[in-house]
Ligand binder design. Structure first.
Ligand code: HDD
Length: 712
């Protein structure tokens, strides 16, 4: 049989080394390893030991219909490896999705930190980010109502810095000893193993209602923050107070915020429920598509910097992870930007095996005494050992630093970095190996600590309701409505009446109208007394508009998606002009048609669709347009999926642009009599310009009360 040249340029470049072994080609690659090519020019399939294989379709048997043979080392090795493919999923944040990118420093911050990453303007540092949900398992759906993890690994020149945050700036608990309890309560109940990926069940609300410190977090998780439209449109927070430390060992307290360049956006709950069916990988697909198409998501890293004086005079304890410092009191300062521009080559090797640890800080960044942070600093290292199977997980490329590193750690399971030479300790007399550097090395901030050994919660952590109320009153009316609806939904799934009542008793300490609304919607027969509070007086804090998603929404449609429902006979020019206008906004158009094979437009040309109607419901888009024709609309009005497309877009308060021929479909969907400023007739370029200008608002909130989502 003739030799076949490789199509891989790397391999053909070494063609002179080739020798013939049977029917195969063989040469030495860059690392000196032998490459073998099968008859068709592909690499030859081998066992893990490198033995070339002739048949990977059939096990070895006695005769065609006889028993299998233990001689079959190929089958045994293959199935053994397959049987061991899984590693334990993360105990929390099991479902996640990651991407590579870079962090760019805006300006030197040497006056406040010696962290190398903040010394030079314009310097780029490689990063890996993993977003996640918390409660669901690895295979759960993306739009669970849940906190999102926002974990960033920055490969700085002085070691990896892991900023392991969430999209919510506070946490449920103040002490890490309660972490197993809150997680147990939130996850599936242990006897029945449901519900998956949701907090709408008895055990979660039981624990929460017995844990008043969680009330501020409860307001956040019942807001639309927990149903983000995309990872790209959510904020991230380091949560705790950290320290920056400069070269003179002066410390400045710091809180970290990631602000998305494209503004904040969430979906409606009814939308989330439907997205989970239509596309359980909605957030994954969104990140994948935007990065693959060159629309790289971007966030600014902002800091709130303060000193001990500020800390002493602030209303709350800056060590309490259930509290924020409102941006109106202490503005955020942008210090750099994060851009995600590359998907991993292999999900398992990178996204699954990445090991984030809060204790990974380079010189110049240090911890505060936030008890939760200190507990985390123990937990993350511990969990990686279990999950990744041994102490050498730092040898995995995704976890290894990208700066030089030297130490005497050796051996252990799967050791890939094996020191050479005789000396594996220090000090030594041979002048070999790395030594510590008192000037360059990490120096812990020498804070003055003393006190009795106690198990005690500080009194300064005792106000559990003031900031919960502040969050609630900082929301716009639609957002307040959503909080009431979310609480009603979740508590309606709680079967134990006393738990429902206990939650209402807490809500009474936050906002009486909210408590009454939820109680009424639940059909509670009588109002309970307000919950006993550790600190009897709640402070009436000023609203903080920075806490509202709607206030922090985008001004443009950039980065969003318009779904255009098209039929045969669609006005080709109208479709072209609308598509161009959307693409000019740096947004994406997808076409939905009765058949995925597409439609024939008014100019006689076939246009291929992205989805058939069942596969492309309007919940997948930020706004929709109906570009139909008098002949095309007839079939559509009889399709339930087409009616749902319109009715859902309307009830989710989306902008709907329509060609007048779509009027019968609007009528069938029950919205013809309710047309408002968000339903825009498109004929002509003017109509299109007006439609596109409105899209930046994303939702027609004024419509919401009329669609009976409930009044706050
Ligand atoms: Fe945690 C994972 C964020 C409190 C213990 N946590 C984990 C991840 C994120 C957070 C984003 C996923 C990292 C990844 O993508 O691999 N956790 C937080 C935030 C907290 C928090 C923002 C509060 C401010 N966590 C917290 C406490 C403890 C842990 C109090 C334990 C005392 N977290 C873990 C863990 C995990 C984890 C068990 C599971 C998988 C992992 O670490 O790598 O160690």
């Amino acid at each position: 049989m003739a030799r076949k040249p490789s199509t891989n340029p790397k391999k053909t470049s070494a063609a002179s080394d080739m020798v013939t072994i049977h029917d195969q080609q063989l040469h030495r690659g860059e690392g000196g390893e032998l490459h073998q090519f099968a008859e068709d020019g592909h690499d030859t399939l081998t066992t893990a030991q490198g033995a070339p294989l002739a048949d990977d379709q059939n096990t070895l048997r006695v005769g065609a219909r006889g028993p299998a043979l233990i001689d079959d080392f190929h089958f045994r090795e293959k199935i053994f490896h397959f049987d061991h493919e899984r590693i334990p999923e993360r105990v929390v944040h099991a479902r996640g999705y990651g991407a590579h990118g870079f962090f760019e420093t805006y300006e030197p911050l040497s006056d406040i930190t010696r962290a190398d990453i903040f010394q030079r303007a314009g310097e780029k540092t490689p990063v890996f980010v993993r977003f996640s949900t918390v409660a669901g398992n690895k295979g759960s759906f993306d739009l669970a109502r849940d906190v999102r993890g926002f974990a960033v690994k920055l490969y700085t020149k002085e070691g990896n810095w892991d900023l392991v945050g969430n999209n919510i700036p506070v946490f449920f608990i103040q002490d890490p000893i309660k972490f197993p309890d809150v997680v147990h309560a939130a996850k599936q109940e242990p006897d029945r193993a449901f519900p998956q990926a949701q907090t709408a069940h008895d055990t979660f609300w039981d624990f929460i209602s017995l844990t008043p410190e969680s009330m501020h977090m409860v307001m956040w998780i019942m807001s639309d923050r927990t149903i983000p439209r995309s990872f790209r449109f959510m904020e991230g927070f380091g949560v705790h107070t950290f320290r920056f430390v400069n070269a003179d060992d002066k410390s400045t307290f710091v809180k970290f915020h990631w602000k998305p360049k494209l503004g904040l956006q969430s979906v409606a709950w009814n939308e989330a429920v439907k997205i989970n069916g239509a596309d359980p990988d909605y957030h994954r697909r969104d990140l994948w598509q935007s990065i693959q198409s060159g629309n790289f998501p971007e966030w600014e890293l902002c800091v709130q910097l303060f000193d001990q004086d500020f800390a002493d005079n602030f209303d709350f304890d800056i060590l309490d992870p259930t509290k924020i410092i409102p941006e109106e009191i202490l503005p955020v300062r942008p210090i750099g930007r994060l851009v995600l521009d590359r998907m991993p080559d292999n999900f398992f090797a990178e996204t699954e095996q990445v090991a984030f640890m809060t204790q990974n800080v380079p010189p110049g960044i240090d911890f505060s005494n936030d008890p939760l942070l200190q507990g985390r600093n123990f937990s993350y290292l511990d969990t990686q050992l279990k999950r990744l199977g041994g102490p050498n997980f730092t040898h995995l490329p995704i976890n290894a630093p990208k700066c030089p590193f030297h130490n005497f750690q050796q051996d252990g399971h799967m050791a890939m970095r094996n020191p050479v030479g005789r000396v594996n300790y220090q000090p030594n007399s041979f002048g070999e190996g790395p030594r510590e550097s008192p000037t360059r090395g990490f120096r812990h901030f020498p804070s003055d600590e003393q006190g009795p050994k106690v198990r005690l919660r500080p009194e300064s952590f005792a106000d559990h309701y003031s900031q919960a109320r502040q969050f609630y009153i900082s929301q716009t009316p639609p957002e307040q409505r959503h909080i009431a609806m979310a609480l009603t939904f979740e508590l309606s799934k709680v079967e134990t009446l006393v738990i429902r009542e206990r939650m209402i008793s807490h809500l009474l300490n936050i906002d009486e109208t909210l408590a009454t609304t939820v109680a009424q919607k639940l059909g509670l027969q009588s109002m309970p007394a307000p919950a006993d509070a550790a600190m009897p007086t709640r402070q009436d804090l000023e609203p903080s508009p920075a806490l509202s998603i709607v206030e922090r929404g985008p001004k443009r449609f950039e980065g969003r998606k318009l779904g255009i429902l098209v039929t045969d006979g669609v006005d080709a020019k109208l479709l072209k002009v609308l598509t161009a206008a959307i693409e000019k906004e740096k947004a994406v158009v997808e076409l939905i048609a009765p058949k995925v094979g597409g439609i024939v437009a008014s100019d006689g040309k076939r246009i291929v669709a992205h989805h058939m109607i069942d596969g492309g419901p309007s919940v997948l888009f930020d706004a929709v347009a109906l570009l139909t024709s008098p002949e095309g609309i007839e079939d559509l009005v009889n399709e339930a999926a087409a009616r749902d497309f319109v009715a859902d877009a309307f009830q989710h308060c989306k902008f709907i642009g329509y060609d007048r021929s779509a009027a019968p479909l609007l009528a069938k969907a029950g919205v013809a009599d309710a047309l408002d400023e968000g339903t825009i007739a498109l004929p002509g370029e003017e109509g299109i310009a007006a439609f596109v200008a409105e899209l930046g608002k994303l939702r027609v909130w004024a419509r919401e009360p009329s669609i009976k989502l409930g009044k706050a």
